[in-house]
Design a protein around this ligand. Structure first.
Ligand code: URA
Length: 433
């Protein structure tokens, strides 16, 4: 078999066989096929697309390129959740302790943030001392003992995807539906869960800007997971403006804590209950979504969800006092109000621009190696459809560097559109696959 022939077959619109896909993934991971040939193949796939069968084979080949985590040592059905990412997406922080408090084991691998999107691990590291550097044994032990553990993705999790994603990132071949679906699902399948609930984002802060593309991606991923024998469901949800009100690592932790106390923002709370209900049904802890939602509301009301977060933080070396006293979390030295330049309705917020403003303050990573400032970010006071008076605060910016703050403020204001006409309110949860 020759890589040249595989590239030519795809370039001409042919369907690659399982053997051909396995060949290029195995040889590329082993360093035996150069980047330039795989770049050419990615571009051919970008234009010619892949069939369902090819997408499935690519997913499995990437998942099996490294360790396939065996979670059978954990009692019960293991349900994972994955979000395609966005701005202010602190869902895992509130969702995982909530479902764990309902008795569903949570064994989750999470990532760090890059570019304008944040990562769960960075956010969790706002708890002083918290670490996600667990061995697989500690990870399993914690899940069996307290019902929840979150670890960083191991270097050996789908290494083919890691290499391929880095290459796609610099060759303008990221935004292909089959390549995104196989990339995400390879890591999810290798992480070992029995059931997977997906949160596929759509809008200006998401990979999939158009709703129909988000539904197509959700369908593709659900099909892949089912073909691999997993229980799957997906919600398509809004990322046309930041999720909740907080953007920035420790500010998002505080908002997640408020949500666990039943005081979270409406959109975020709706999302956490919807995803949590899907997880409880998939994990057979509830028979219906309604029953599941009641269970979630109950553990919040009784304080059990918040206590579960504290137990989880302590089990991974963090200071659990910060769960009950958020002044112990990193706090920026300064804050300033960003005032509305005119009155009217907020009709649009360019979501990824708000993420980029947080990055400018030091709250995100420009490169994989950058250090981040966990304390900076924004609390939005006005979101789409809200009325604002001239001079009223749109948001509070938390910062440590005045020059960065001035630049971020200017950019932040450009991300908001204020109009005289009230825009139509969009559905937050667009649908389910
Ligand atoms: N996230 C991934 O993990 N892979 C993609 O291709 C896109 C988003």
């Amino acid at each position: 078999m020759r890589m040249y022939d595989i590239i030519m077959k795809k370039r001409n619109g042919g369907e690659l066989s399982k053997e051909e896909i396995r060949f290029f993934i195995e040889k590329y991971t082993a360093g035996e096929i150069p980047d330039y040939q795989v770049s050419a193949l990615m571009m051919a796939i970008y234009f010619q697309k892949m069939t369902e069968a090819e997408t499935f084979e690519l997913t499995m080949a990437m998942a099996e390129s490294g360790e396939m985590l065996d979670l059978s040592g954990i009692h019960g059905i293991k349900v994972d959740k994955h979000s395609t990412g966005g701005v202010g997406d602190k869902t895992s922080l509130a969702l995982t302790p909530m479902v764990a408090a309902c008795g569903l084991p949570v064994a989750k691998m999470s990532g760090r943030g890059l570019g304008h999107t944040g990562g769960t691990i960075d956010k969790l590291e706002s708890f002083p001392g918290f670490s996600t550097a667990l061995t697989t044994e500690q990870f399993m032990e914690n899940v069996n003992r307290i019902g929840i553990a979150i670890m960083g993705q191991t270097a050996d999790l789908a290494p083919a995807d890691k290499k391929l994603y880095a290459l796609r990132d610099v060759t303008a071949t990221v935004d292909n539906l089959s390549l995104i679906a196989s990339s995400i699902m390879s890591k999810k399948l290798a992480s070992g869960a029995d059931a997977i609930v997906l949160d596929v984002k759509t809008g200006s802060g998401a990979f999939m800007k158009k709703e129909e593309d988000a539904f197509a991606l959700a369908e593709e991923m659900v099909k892949i997971g089912r073909s691999a024998g997993r229980t799957m469901s997906a919600l398509v949800t809004d990322m046309d403006q930041p999720l909740g009100n907080a953007v920035g690592n420790s500010l998002e932790v505080v908002e997640a804590i408020h949500t666990l106390q039943g005081k979270g923002p409406v959109d975020f709370t709706e999302l956490v209950y919807a995803l949590g209900s899907e997880m409880l049904v998939a994990g057979k802890k509830a028979n219906t979504l309604e029953e599941a939602k009641d269970m979630l509301i109950k553990v919040v009301r009784e304080g059990k969800a918040l206590d579960k977060l504290a137990e989880f933080v302590a089990a991974q070396g963090g200071d659990k006092r910060a769960v009950y006293d958020t002044s112990l979390l990193p706090e920026a030295k300064e804050n300033m109000e960003i005032l509305a330049p005119q009155e009217g309705y907020v009709s649009k917020i360019i979501c990824d621009e708000i993420g980029s403003c947080c990055l400018m303050l030091g709250g995100g990573r420009e490169t994989k190696e950058s250090d981040i400032d966990l304390s900076v970010g924004f609390i939005l006071h006005k979101k789409v459809c809200d009325y604002v008076h001239a001079g009223e605060s749109l948001a509070t910016m938390h910062y440590n560097d005045k020059a960065k703050a001035d630049a971020a403020k200017e950019r932040f204001l450009k991300a908001y559109t204020i109009s005289t006409e009230k825009p139509q309110r969009q559905l937050f949860i667009k649908g389910k696959v």
